[in-house]
Every structure is written in C-alpha cells, then in structure tokens.
Design a protein around this ligand. Sequence first.
Ligand SMILES: Cc1ncc(COP(=O)(O)O)c(C=O)c1O
Length: 339
Amino acid sequence: MGNESINWDKLGFDYIKTDKRFLSTWRDGQWEKGTLTEDNVLHISEGSTALHYGQQCFEGLKAYRAKDGSINLFRPDQNAARMQRSCTRLLMPHVPTDMFIEACKDVVRANERFIPPYGTGGALYLRPFVIGVGDNIGVRAAPEFIFSVFCIPVGPYFKGGMKPHNFVISSYDRAAPQGTGAAKVGGNYAASMMPGAEAKKNGFADAIYLDPLTHSKIEEVGSANFFGITHDDQFITPKSPSVLPGITRLSLIELAESRLGLKVTEGEVFIDKLDQFKEAGACGTAAVITPIGGISYQNKLHVFHSETEVGPVTQRLYKELTGIQFGEIEGPAGWVVKV
Ligand SMILES: Cc1ncc(COP(=O)(O)O)c(C=O)c1O
C-alpha cells in the first residue's frame, strides 16, 4: 500500500497493517536487543499467561507531524514510566525507559509514510505492549515475555470540529479499590466492554464509572479521565487509586495552572454535586479533549455548558494541548521529543 491509497480525511481509529513493528523477547532475565519486523502475527505458546490470566499491559501514545515538518512524540517518558508501574503490578519485567523510547522512535521512522500530514488533524498512534508468553499452566508469572510496539495512522477524534458528547453513569465497576484500575492492563478493558456497549446502544458516547466502594463519585469516562471547570474557575479531576493516571490529564493539570491561571484540585467529584461545574470534559490520548455535553444519571440528564457548543475554558485547554503536540506552541521543557 502506498501513501497514495490512504485517504487522510477518512481515517478513523481502525487497525491498518503498517510496514514495520518492533519486537523483543525477555528470557534468561533480560530483554534481547530487539528488531523491526514486517510480520504482524505473533506465534506464542498455547500456555501463555497473557491468554489465560491476563498477564499483559499496554500503552497508547501518538507521533505528530509538526508544523515545521519534524515529528513529535508527546511525553513518551511518561508512557514508559506508566508501563513500568503496570509491569510491577502484574509481576512482569520492566522495559527500560530508553529502550521504550528508542523502540517508539524506530517504529515511527520505519512507518514514516503513514504519519498523517500536518493540518489533517490525524496522528500516528503507537501501541506498545508487554505480554507473558512461553509454556506454562499454573497461575504464576510467565517464563518469557514479549515487548512489542506497532502503529496505525488515526484520524482526528472529531471530524468537522470539536463537539460535546453525552455520557451515562454505569452501574458496573471497571476496577476494585485496591485492584488494577491504575494499571493499563487488558482485564480493565475486558470489564468495560459490556457497559461500554450498553451505553452506546442507548445513544451515549460511553459509560462513566463511579468509585467502586461508594458509587457516589465520578472516576473514569470510558477510556478517558474526567475533568470539570467550576463556576469560580477551578479545574477539578478525580483522585482515586482505581483511576488510570492519564498523561493527558497530567498535562492539562499543568497547563490549566501555568497557562490558564486556574486553580487545580485533584479531589472527589460527587455525582450529586455536578451543579458546581460550568464545563466538563473527558481527556486522553485518543479522546484528546472531548467536551461532555451532559451526564445521564438515574434517568436524568445533567447538562453542563451546552449539548451543542464547546465551553470557552475547554476550548482554550484544547488549543493549548494540541498546539504543543503539533509544534505550533512551545511546550514546557521535555514534553515534546523529536523523532
Ligand atoms: C481507562 C483510561 N483512563 C484514562 C486514559 C487517558 O490516559 P492518557 O491521557 O495517558 O491517554 C486512558 C487512555 O489511555 C484510559 O484507557
């Protein structure tokens, strides 16, 4: 497939086989150097712990074609660190930060023709993952592991501009208080598929999960983090051990404070106190910033700024974040890593 066959305007978030992916195996206590390969099929033991016990984790980050033609990775060191925390939680070996970032860069370079051009709003989505493999049957850590990074070109999350979406509070939990919610592991996502499908069937963009212990506080918006802007201009985002610490969330916390002058609070977001917010949003690598029009809870829809218009603070956060990612605005030191 040549570039000429990619319609950049039609790209969504679908699997496309790109040219090369990085592959390394951990055995005898260390990662091998690793290689780029054209083969997109893994041949693994039927006893692999990843298949039976969910011993696996993954990451998601993007490479952006910047305004000046260079290629930007956005805070890959943070993805490396989060993957190390996920590996610790699931008894898997760490991928060192340098190895993680170099593998990402190698994959971007080897698939440069798939990077959506500047101005299309698309990006090259990178999917690093670690899986437990090798012959095994008991519930214990795998004898071997695979670390791989592949990529797909993805379109802008919003075709035709940013617009608000409605979400619904789920009665299901995605993760337990001392469970694996803060780790980016497949089991959390398997648990979210049914609630997510139900939400979509009922006309909502996705499910919102409440805290699993009391079901009174907002935790997570599908595969993204929640934030709200109060009437007195505070940026509030949930603090909980079962929320995935998003890198977009972390970045917005810093930008809200340093560039928009908002007071930032990581705290509790009670579902019966949504009136305090004039705007709300979901944030993540895929979702970027998705304005939340309304939240349906106990069959009532609570609307924030508007179901059709994007609030001004959300708009400014979006401009600042995407401006840094696409190299239009200078980011804080170390955020943008050139490929
Ligand atoms: C459950 C969940 N929460 C939050 C996020 C946002 O994280 P990030 O901003 O690092 O993409 C993601 C996406 O990766 C996610 O899957």
